[in-house]
Design a binder for this molecule. Structure first.
Ligand SMILES: Nc1ncnc2c1ncn2[C@@H]1O[C@H](COP(=O)(O)OP(=O)(O)OP(=O)(O)O)[C@@H](O)[C@H]1O
Length: 299
């Protein structure tokens, strides 16, 4: 539903986005990870129609998003530093948004209000950065968007509130099929929330993965074999890492776990452990093969 085709964007001599191609399907939570300056904000602002790409295009529901008011009215963008008019409280903002967003839900506002403890009648500009971000996300949810774009939403939120927002977002997608795009400089932050994660580095998408698929297909095995193990017996699989430490062999292999276990069992292992991998480790192994210094890209 969101089609990004050959998008590039420069600011003077800085090329912030370089030929980005990607599709985001409806009802998915799509994460964009990358270090400071990778191009995350530029990509999100281009998707939100704030920036016009220098080349390429972004289509949402088949139409170009830039200067398209009808599409923009179906999305909500929470920037890294949300802006609130001077002197406005959350209640004032709710009243203001009710007037400009046709699908504003007062019912949802009341529900979220009882859930998130915030000073609803105080000036938002006096709030901490984390609290201002909470307000922006909360108000964004009440506009009942079809597409919710969140730039570094968890930055500055304490762990309890972060978990609460993650739950609200997951419920939102499950109930309303909202498409959510989230950026973060921390891959771990996106791990338990996103269906798909793209890693942006120096303006390019250097990896894009379906999370469930990844977790199922990449396994780490720690084995002590009785018989001499021949790594060639796994030639039908992609070996992402193979290390031998004394008599312990550590393999990270992509492919059907059951079939791999059958092969390893032929060497009569004395010890055979399958170790769950974090998403970060999977990306490191996967991208190691294409020569990126992943540790520098994902924090
Ligand atoms: N309005 C602008 N004018 C000039 N350069 C810009 C502008 N916006 C972004 N850039 C540059 O484009 C590059 C990508 O910036 P962007 O803000 O998109 O990265 P980011 O991944 O969101 O970084 P961060 O995590 O620090 O917010 C950077 O080199 C940045 O300096």
């Amino acid at each position: 539903m969101i089609e990004i085709e050959g998008v590039s964007k420069s600011f003077d001599e800085i090329q912030a986005l370089k030929d980005i191609n990607c599709t985001v399907s409806r009802g998915s939570i799509f994460g964009i990870a990358g270090t400071n300056g990778a191009g995350k904000t530029t990509l999100l602002k281009t998707i939100a129609g704030v920036y016009k790409p220098d080349s390429g295009k972004i289509s949402i529901y088949g139409a170009d998003v830039h200067e398209n008011i009808s599409i923009k009215s179906r999305m909500f963008f929470v920037p890294d530093n949300p802006y609130f008019p001077r002197g406005f409280s959350i209640i004032d903002m709710a009243r203001f948004f009710k007037g400009i967003y046709p699908k504003w839900s007062q019912e949802r506002f009341e529900k979220l209000k009882s859930y998130f403890s915030l000073p609803y009648k105080k000036r938002i500009n006096s709030f901490s950065k984390g609290k201002q971000k909470q307000v922006a996300i909360l108000l964004g949810l009440c506009t009942m968007p079809e597409i919710l774009i969140l730039d570094e939403p968890f930055d500055g939120l304490d762990p309890v509130v972060r978990q609460m927002f993650k739950k609200v977002l997951i419920d939102e997608v499950a109930e309303r099929q909202t498409t959510v795009l989230i950026s973060s400089h921390n891959l771990r932050e996106l791990e338990d929330l996103c269906d798909t994660i793209a890693i942006l580095h120096e303006g390019k998408i250097v990896a894009k993965k379906d999370i469930d698929d990844l977790k199922q297909t990449v396994t780490k095995f720690q084995v002590v074999f009785k018989k001499n193990f021949d790594i060639d017996s796994l030639k039908d699989f992609k070996i992402l890492s193979y290390i031998k430490k004394g008599n312990v062999e550590i393999l990270v292999v992509k492919g059907d776990r059951q079939r791999i276990l059958e092969i390893l069992n032929k060497y009569e292992p004395i010890v055979l452990d399958t170790v769950p991998l974090t998403l970060e480790e999977i990306f490191i192994y996967e991208m190691g093969g294409i020569g990126y210094e992943v540790k520098d890209i994902i924090l």
